[in-house]
Every structure is written in C-alpha cells, then in structure tokens.
Design a protein around this ligand. Structure first.
Ligand SMILES: O=C(O)C(=O)C[C@]1(C(=O)O)C=C[C@@H](O)C=C1
Length: 108
C-alpha cells in the first residue's frame, strides 16, 4: 500500500519536473529562433558590405564571457563553449549561404 503511494508521489513529482522542462525547452526554442532572426540580418549586412562571415576574435570574446557566466551559474563551462560553437558554426553556414546568394544576385 505504502509502496503504491510512494510510486504515485514519485510520478506526480516527475510530472511537475517535466512540466518545467517542457517550459524551459520552449523558451530555449524561442530564444534560439530570435537569435537566428538577428544573425540572419547580420549575415545580410555582412554580405552587402563584403565583411567576412566569421569573426574569430569576436568568438574568442564570446567564449570567454560565456565560460565565466557558466561558472557563475554552476554550469559546465566546457559545455557552454561547445554549445556556443555549435550555434555559431550554424550561423556562419547561414552567412556563407547569404553571401553566395548575394554574389549570385549581383552577378545575375
Ligand atoms: O558578430 C558577428 O560578427 C556574427 O556574425 C555573429 C556571430 C554569432 O553568432 O554570435 C557569428 C559568427 C561570427 O564568427 C561571430 C559571431
């Protein structure tokens, strides 16, 4: 009897955590969508002005800043760096595509 109640309690606690996880995941998706909306505008600006898609010195500043923020927030700084690199690689891929399309539009 007690075991059943323990299990029911555990399931209710798990459902509560999962509701928070779902809200956090939704917020992450919205924040990423907003970041990519912004970086796509950066890609257009860079393509129009002949600026390079990647800026390694800016990335170094971002990594240093995010590693410190991660440490302060008790998050693994290596994970924070990997996550930023993952996102930035995708941004650079978008920038390269935009630049290629911009060049094709000018040539055509
Ligand atoms: O800040 C820029 O120049 C960007 O293009 C944005 C961004 C980023 O996603 O934060 C992407 C590529 C650069 O290498 C550096 C930073």
């Amino acid at each position: 009897m007690n075991e059943e109640k323990d299990m029911a309690d555990a399931r209710a606690i798990l459902a509560g955590y999962r509701a928070s996880i779902d809200n956090i995941d939704a917020a992450l998706i919205h924040m990423l969508a907003e970041r990519f909306r912004c970086t796509k505008a950066v890609g257009v600006l860079k393509a129009e002005h002949g600026l390079p898609p990647a800026d390694p010195s800016r990335e170094q500043q971002q990594i240093a800043r995010l590693r410190q923020l991660a440490k302060d927030a008790n998050l693994d700084p290596d994970f924070a760096e990997k996550f930023l690199n993952f996102v930035v690689r995708e941004v650079i891929r978008h920038h390269e595509q935009i630049a290629a399309n911009n060049g094709a539009a000018k040539a055509g």
